[in-house]
Each structure stands twice: as structure tokens, then as C-alpha cells.
Design a protein around this ligand. Structure first.
Ligand SMILES: Cc1ncc(COP(=O)(O)O)c(C=O)c1O
Length: 383
């Protein structure tokens, strides 16, 4: 049987690294995981308690397509608490992770062949999901001067129908301030492109609060998730905020594509939103880990990176040591027992010069990982 051309998407290299790390562990090796972009912690205890109660109380059937009304209201309230924005809960759509949000957003906003700008380096699945939906991802090569975030000049003559950006970003952890985000949005809107802001790393910020696109315009889609700050990756639960006149459009697509986001995860997510103490304790760990990385990576010879404003990644330029980040990452895994992600996942053109280090795990793991990286680099004569 033939397969479609749009199914011809690239593998997610970090998943291949995870598999190589798993094989090494199965052979009895101890691996430090700096490849995965997920918290080492589980869902907040209040979330699992609420779910246990709900399971005792009755069946967890389908919910309405847009999500449990109480959860939509609680998410809207969060925009008031975090950003001082009075958000209508009717504009909130609960999704199966932000990944489900992308599928809904791209389907609602674009027609086959439409061109959507994404920053490179950027989260790899943007490109692959767009391709799989018959859309055309347009890589915008970002510059170090703009701290690897796209700027309006990068797409001035690109004839885009959409622009997608993330702040804080994966893999760089850098953020757009209000002025930079405003210029991006204005640049996109000037060429009639729909704006999608991926805000999945909001809440994981270090020196300044992340800006939401909703503070600049209502004419955009905002995508967010319970995977990162709320530490609920495997629960596959997230949300979007869409313009009022798009709610019914998205609702009809969601009804048909997903019916609803998992009911159990919606119950847990609602309770997670009030688990502030536990979530802030996770933040303390990320803060400690970030400081360890900012100190330890340069000591190990990895000195070329922009300090992350948010998320839990450092994206380092390793071109002084290799022309092939994939084989360099494989050497680090086999010789140092540290799993890291080659930049090719995030930037097919320039990523052979970069590695992404994740510091989402325990501080003990980060300390050990940095020591192993330093020993590896000393053995290679690079530190
Ligand atoms: C920038 C970014 N957006 C979206 C996702 C997808 O997250 P999820 O589908 O778990 O919400 C990720 C996952 O790492 C990410 O880094």
C-alpha cells in the first residue's frame, strides 16, 4: 500500500537519543539524562488525589469538546493572576497537550499549502506537524544578536500566512520582551499572517516574567500546556486561547478530531493549578540547576551560549569541537554516560554545530552530569 507524501516527516532525534540511553541502561550503565525536556517530578499530589476522588465518585466519560467548564474558568483566572488580563473563559479550549493544540490551531487557521514561519532553532515538531497537515513550514534563521528569537526582518518578504513563535523558547530558553513581541506580531499582521504564540514554558522563568501575546493582541492563538510548569507531561493535557469568533470553529474541529481531551487529566489539571507550593518547590530546583549549568558548562569548555531566561535548556555552540553534533552527542553518551540532544533536531541547517543540554532533572543529577562532561572534555583536550 502506498503511504502519503505528507507522512514523510523526520524522526524526533531526541527520541532516538532516549532510546540509545535506554539501551545503555539495559546493559547496566548509569546514564545522566540531559536530553529529555521533561520534569523529573510527577504531577502535583493534589492532582492525583483529586483524580482518585473523581474515580471513586463515578465514571469519567466524555466531557464537552471545549473542556470542563470549571477548568476553562480556572485557566482564565490564571491570566488575571499572572498577567492582569481579564480573560473570557469562553475563549479557552482544553486540548490534548499543546501537541493537540497545534493540530487544532493549524487546521482552524490554514489551508493546504499555506506558508507558516517558524524560528530556527525551534521545537522540531512544529515543522513536522505542519508538513503532515499539508502546510509549508518556512524556517526563519534567527541570529545570536536576537538571542535566537525570530524578528520581523527575518520574514519581511516571505509571503507568510502564519507565524509561530515561542517565548521562552525550546531549545534556547530565551524570551521575547514586550517590545520585541509587539514588533513580531505587527510584522506578521502587516502581511496578513495569523499569529500563534507557544507559551508552554510560562511559569518557568528566572529573572523576568514571560510576556503573553494576549497582553499585546486578542487577534492571535495562544497555546499552552500542563506538561512543563505543572509537571504533567504524560497526562497529555493543555489549552489554547483563541479569538472569540474562532471558538465555534475550533469547537467543531475538536468535536470531530478528539471528541474531548482526556477527562481524567482535566480533573487532575484543575487541582494542579492550586498546587502552588509544590510547583514553586520544583521551580527552586530549576533555579539551582540553572545556576549549576551557568557555572559548570563553561568550566567544561561549553562557553558559547545565551543564558536562558526561562524553560530548562541551554543551547550551546560546539563548533570549536565538532562539525557533527550527532556523532559528538553519541560520543558523549558512550564515553561519559551523559545523554544530550544534537542541535539538528531544532535546526536542520545549522544544528550540526549545537548541543542542547536539559536541566530539568534533580540537582544531584545535574552536578554529576556536569562533572562527567568536564572529565570528557578534559580527556579530549577541550577543557
Ligand atoms: C516549545 C514546545 N512546544 C510544545 C511542546 C509539546 O508539549 P506537550 O504536547 O507535552 O504539551 C514541547 C515539548 O517539549 C515544547 O518544547
Amino acid at each position: 500500500m502506498r503511504v502519503s507524501t505528507r507522512s514523510n516527516v523526520d524522526p524526533f532525534i531526541v527520541m532516538d537519543v532516549m532510546e540509545a540511553a535506554r539501551r545503555a541502561e539495559a546493559e547496566g550503565r548509569h546514564i545522566i539524562h540531559m536530553e529529555v525536556g521533561q520534569p523529573g517530578t510527577g504531577a502535583p499530589k493534589a492532582a492525583t488525589r483529586a483524580l482518585a476522588q473523581a474515580m471513586d465518585d463515578g465514571p469519567l466519560g466524555y466531557t464537552v469538546a471545549l473542556g470542563l467548564p470549571a477548568l476553562r474558568q480556572r485557566i482564565a483566572k490564571m491570566y488575571g493572576d499572572w498577567h492582569g488580563i481579564d480573560l473570557d473563559p469562553n475563549r479557552v479550549v482544553v486540548t490534548s497537550g499543546s501537541s493537540g493544540g497545534f493540530i487544532l490551531a493549524f487546521t482552524a487557521l490554514f489551508d493546504s499549502g499555506d506558508r507558516v514561519g517558524v524560528g530556527a532553532p525551534g521545537y522540531p515538531s512544529y515543522r513536522q506537524i505542519l508538513h503532515a497537515l499539508g502546510l509549508m513550514p518556512v524556517d526563519l534563521q534567527t541570529s545570536s544578536a536576537n538571542r535566537l528569537q525570530p524578528s520581523a526582518g527575518d520574514f519581511a518578504n516571505s509571503d507568510l500566512q502564519g507565524l509561530l513563535f515561542a517565548s521562552p523558547a525550546n531549545p534556547s530558553g530565551t524570551m521575547l520582551d514586550t517590545s520585541a513581541m509587539t514588533k513580531l506580531i505587527e510584522g506578521a499582521q502587516a502581511q496578513g499572517a495569523s499569529v500563534i504564540s507557544d507559551e508552554i514554558y510560562h511559569g518557568i522563568e528566572y529573572e523576568a516574567k514571560a510576556v503573553t501575546a494576549l497582553s499585546i493582541t486578542d487577534d492571535c492563538y495562544v497555546i499552552n500546556s500542563f506538561s512543563k510548569y505543572f509537571s504533567m507531561t504524560g497526562w497529555r493535557i493543555g489549552w489554547m486561547v483563541v479569538p472569540e469568533d474562532h471558538v465555534r470553529v475550533v469547537e467543531r474541529i475538536a468535536q470531530n478530531m478528539f471528541i474531548c481531551a482526556p477527562h481524567a487529566s482535566q480533573v487532575a489539571a484543575l487541582a494542579a493549578m492550586d498546587a502552588t507550593d509544590e510547583l514553586e518547590a520544583n521551580m527552586d530546583v530549576y533555579r539551582t540547576n540553572r545556576a549549576l549549568m551557568l557555572d559548570g558548562l563553561p568550566k567544561a569548555g561549553f562557553a558559547k551560549f545565551a543564558p536562558p531566561d526561562g524553560a530548562f535548556y541551554v543551547y550551546a555552540d560546539v563548533s570549536d569541537f565538532t562539525k557533527d553534533s550527532r556523532s559528538f552527542a553519541a560520543d558523549i553518551l558512550s564515553e561519559a554516560g551523559v545523554a544530550v540532544t544534537p542541535g539538528l533536531d531544532f535546526d536542520p541547517v545549522r544544528g550540526h554545530k549545537n548541543l542542547r543540554f536539559s536541566y530539568a532533572r534533580s540537582s544531584q543529577d545535574i552536578t554529576e552530569g556536569l562533572a562527567r562532561l568536564q572529565a570528557f572534555m578534559v580527556r579530549r583536550g577541550f577543557a
